[in-house]
Design a protein around this ligand. Structure first.
Ligand code: ADP
Ligand code: MG
Length: 304
């Protein structure tokens, strides 16, 4: 494997592409460098994909995505024989169409299974066998050996409780796990600024306000799951387009707060999941958050 210096330099190059996340990156990096597979457990928008893209780019290997859901059968994961060609040629290795698992094994890539705990039990078993053996036997194709950089990375959302399987202890015993949570406010501001390119007096203010109200959706008592940083990113982008439409040039304009509210409704109302018992609407929750942010807290309301 790599020397100690190489792995450190490699980690540093990956870290340079991320805002924050030093600890999560180091631990994920150590797990995959050890030849191991891992589950990243965290809500959406917490840098899971961003980290994996940066690591696979550094290693020069592909990252293959699969969505875990009830339709993810073992044959969707492994692959299938092309039916038209089977009729003409009978079954052979050439007319087998690789599924993402076999493609990742052959190419030495990372197979990233999002919402891992939504996949059916028999699919999980197929996957676990491939992970343990680093090879897979496919009827009428033969045995496919994985290249050494093949890894399985799974993700799960801890807030997700509809349609998920409780993983059995035999599945859990075969996986490493890292919990990934939301980053702090300043890191989310840097992410929102980076991803929107927002700058100037208006852009800077929008980033601060959009991140603050987005974070507040996660703490509201009627909300089961609030918005990720993606909501803040879109709030900034939408507000930046609304501003010239309304001929609003700076955050000192009287209409600035209403502009932020309108951008919030579009960017955040679909991204918050209310508690089943809550008798309210996303718009009402957002209005409360907006009032708390701009009106009840004069310090936050004063621009600049
Ligand atoms: N640490 C980070 N550095 C830079 N951008 C980030 C970071 N974390 C998240 N982002 C940005 O936020 C969005 C969601 O991140 P992503 O990694 O796709 O989350 P996840 O895979 O956990 O749902 C993307 O647009 C991504 O570019
Ligand atoms: Mg993702």
């Amino acid at each position: 494997m790599q020397s100690d210096d190489d792995i450190g330099a490699s980690r540093d190059r990956v870290a340079a592409q991320l805002v924050g996340r030093e600890r999560e990156l180091e631990l994920t990096f150590a797990a995959v460098a050890a030849g191991r597979d891992i589950v990243l457990e965290g809500p959406p928008g917490t840098s899971k994909t961003t980290m994996l893209r940066a690591i696979t780019a550094e290693w020069g290997i592909p990252l293959l995505f699969v969505e875990g859901n009830a339709d993810l059968t073992p044959s969707k994961l492994v692959g299938h024989h092309n039916p038209a060609r089977v009729l003409r040629e009978d079954y052979n290795a050439d007319n087998f169409v690789d599924g993402p698992l076999v493609a990742a094994m052959r190419q030495g890539g990372f197979l990233y299974i999002e919402e891992f705990n939504r996949a059916p039990e028999d699919t999980l078993n197929t996957l676990l066998t491939a992970m343990a053996d680093r090879s897979i036997a496919i009827p009428r194709v033969g045995t496919v050996e994985a290249l050494p950089t093949f890894r399985v990375i799974a993700s799960m959302n801890p807030y997700d409780n509809v349609g998920t399987t409780r993983l059995s202890t035999s599945v859990l015993d075969r996986l490493n796990r890292l919990a990934v949570d939301y980053q702090d406010g300043p890191a989310e501001e840097r992410i929102a600024a980076l991803r929107t390119g927002a700058s100037g007096e208006l852009g800077d203010r929008l980033v601060i306000d959009a991140v603050a109200v987005t974070r507040a959706t996660r703490a509201h008592p009627d909300v089961r799951q609030g918005s990720s940083v993606r909501g803040a990113i879109d709030c900034v982008l939408i507000a930046e387009q609304l501003a010239p439409l309304r001929r609003l040039a700076d955050p000192f304009d009287d209409r600035y707060r209403e502009l932020v509210y309108d951008a919030m409704v579009v960017s955040l109302s679909g991204r918050i999941q209310l508690d089943e018992a809550a008798e309210t609407s996303p718009e009402r929750v957002l209005r409360e958050i907006w009032e708390d942010h701009f009106i009840l807290l004069p310090a936050a309301a004063a621009p600049g």
